[in-house]
Design a protein around this ligand. Sequence first.
Ligand code: UFG
Length: 321
Amino acid sequence: MQADYDVIVADNLSNSVDTALERVKEITGKTAFFYQIDIRDKAALTEVFNQHPIDAVIHMAGLKAVGESCAEPLMYYQNNLDASMILFEVMQSFSVNKVVFSSSATVYGDPDTVPITEDFPLRMMNPYGRTKYMVEEMLRDITLASNMQAVLLRYFNPIGAHDSGLIGEDPHGIPNNLMPYIAQVAIGQREKLSVFGGDYPTVDGTGVRDYIHVVDLAKGHVKALERIAETETKQGQCLTYNLGTGRGSSVIEVINAFEKVYGDKINYEIVERRPGDVPEYFANPQLANEEMGWRAEKSLDDMMTDTWRWQSQNPNGYKDD
Ligand code: UFG
């Protein structure tokens, strides 16, 4: 919205709240059109396309918890694949031919080497990752057969919050991911962080990831829209980019960086490895830089500062509104 796009949001609010959109209005001074629909409801989605001329779609609707996907695989295939197929069908019927898809670095699985470039072999390790891969494949096929232009963005580990402290991550229940867990220990909602594994072949034995500030990630989407807006070919095209910083940080490094802005110690304990975790991965983000002019600008310290601002200003997330 700050890049001057008119935004239409379609969300079933299964893992979000519309308060976030009120907060977006405070930040931007603009209102997004909002439809509380499930995009698997083809009639409801068609109505949205009937209401607005649409230039491009950013498709980030999907379930995204690795553990849950192993317990409920069918729910993941049903939700993530059906939603995508219906969306692409509706787009085609309205001749909307530009799409940016939220994919994930999870498609690389456990890479042989780091940093990871986009041409690395794809080795998904769980149903969630396979749904991301399958939607990528769908788009590769659709773009070959039509004038659809797609950009697949493979996110590394998004963390942080908007620097206003107004919008941020508010997971349901016990957080699966490192950053919201640390933030909840800091605010006193959880007693202790479990660090999963201290004996990996990494800098200090803990898992290494490429953490990327969520605002840098958002800007990557704006760049992707610009990238496909400029390619007005008749033939379709499917482009793939890593969105990461190119820098890996261990769990201990993240804890230390958080403690600097928090001003106190985070209670943690090193425990067993978490099944399915990969020791180390981080991106080579050069292609996104060369072809889209995008580069992550924010540091790990920015990510910690913004996470803590969000969590301390909103101890209960959006629940207090
Ligand atoms: N970790 C802990 N304790 C916790 C949570 C995590 O030590 O309580 C560790 C993990 O073992 C890992 C690191 O912190 O080393 C990051 O773990 P996250 O759960 O935050 O993130 P993952 O790298 O496991 O996965 C995330 C998303 C996936 C996505 C993947 C792609 O959750 O959806 O990044 O890079 F597919």
